[in-house]
Design a protein around this ligand. Structure first.
Ligand SMILES: [Fe+2]
Length: 311
């Protein structure tokens, strides 16, 4: 872990070095992200009306809440305006529109514990995204939609930046996950039986780092950082979005964070679209990351296959 950088000067190249060396970048609110927040709030609030989405759990039966999320999440994720607003924000952050590829943002909600922490509102155990077949050059961008506090945010476990963890990523194949697990997320109320890569040894999670940023702010980190959802001990729902980017030169050159312990197969690279024109990563580039699609596997998750998405 090389440090935490607050509003560093916009430099695509420098930021990539920071992130690949384990740095975390904290960005103050800016107009382009505030536009993302506004759009996201409007969709959440329409879906939960007349309830306050941060307090919906106080009166809403959990099954009804899952129904609402099962429509809201995919609608938000695949809404054309969502994609365009993220595109604008990434350009404003100085990412090269020609070299940077974005994926669709996920909408997350962390409910007060004991309400809903599985399936469509999965509370993420300590993990690296690279255990889930993300490329080592992946940037994660995490942004709150309402004010939140350290007791319902996310945590980083920096001890593991330089050190591997015994984990189950060797059993994780992205194409199998696309085919099977994600379409079932809404069914997992109470208990989550989906096979996900976990640490397979006791972890030293302290010291951990939690950052609190206002709506419109962003926390940027490597997909190789060990991170987790903080158990929500407040009485408010935490709403956030996160999206990912990769730089094509780094994809081609296999430059990125060091791989300490990720052994997943398949690749999420087909999910990324070039900022400039939403073009896909070409298949000859993806091929260097591909180890074949297992029987029954699906290379790209299609929203029409289901109405939910939880990973
Ligand atoms: Fe993650």
């Amino acid at each position: 872990m090389t440090g935490v950088f607050f509003d560093p000067p916009r430099s695509d190249e420098t930021w990539r070095n920071m992130i690949y060396e384990g740095g975390i970048i904290i960005l103050s609110p800016m107009p382009e992200m505030l536009a993302v927040v506004d759009h996201t709030r409007r969709m959440i609030e329409d879906a939960f009306a007349p309830l306050d989405p941060q307090r919906a759990h106080e009166t809403l039966p959990v099954e009804r809440c899952v129904e609402i999320l099962s429509v809201l999440k995919p609608t938000y994720i695949h809404h054309p305006r969502t994609k365009e607003l993220i595109q604008r924000a990434l350009k404003a952050f100085g990412c090269s529109p020609e070299k940077t590829y974005q994926d669709v943002p996920r909408l997350r909600c962390a409910f007060p514990k004991d309400y809903l922490t599985t399936g469509i509102a999965y509370a993420h155990h300590p993990h690296r995204d690279t255990w889930y077949s993300a490329p080592m050059c992946q940037f994660n961008w995490w942004a709150p939609i309402y004010e939140f506090v350290a007791e319902n945010g996310m945590a980083f476990h920096p001890r593991y930046w330089n050190c591997g963890v015994k984990n189950g990523s060797g059993d994780f194949n992205y194409y199998r996950w696309n085919a099977e697990s994600r379409k079932n997320a809404a069914q997992h109320i109470g208990r989550d039986t989906r096979v996900q890569p976990h640490a397979e040894e006791p972890l030293e999670l302290e010291p951990e780092m939690r950052f609190v940023v206002p709506p419109g702010g962003v926390i940027v980190f490597s997909g190789a950082q060990l991170h987790s959802t903080v158990p929500n001990i407040t009485n408010q729902v935490r709403w956030s979005i996160d999206f990912r980017t990769v730089n094509l030169d780094d994809v081609v050159n296999k430059r990125g964070a060091p791989n300490r312990d990720s052994a997943s197969t398949g690749t999420s690279l087909r999910d990324f679209l070039r900022i400039a024109d939403f073009a896909l990563v070409s298949e000859d580039i993806v091929a260097a990351y591909d180890d074949g699609i297992p029987a029954g596997g699906v290379a790209v998750f299609k929203p029409e296959m289901t109405n939910t998405l939880a990973s």
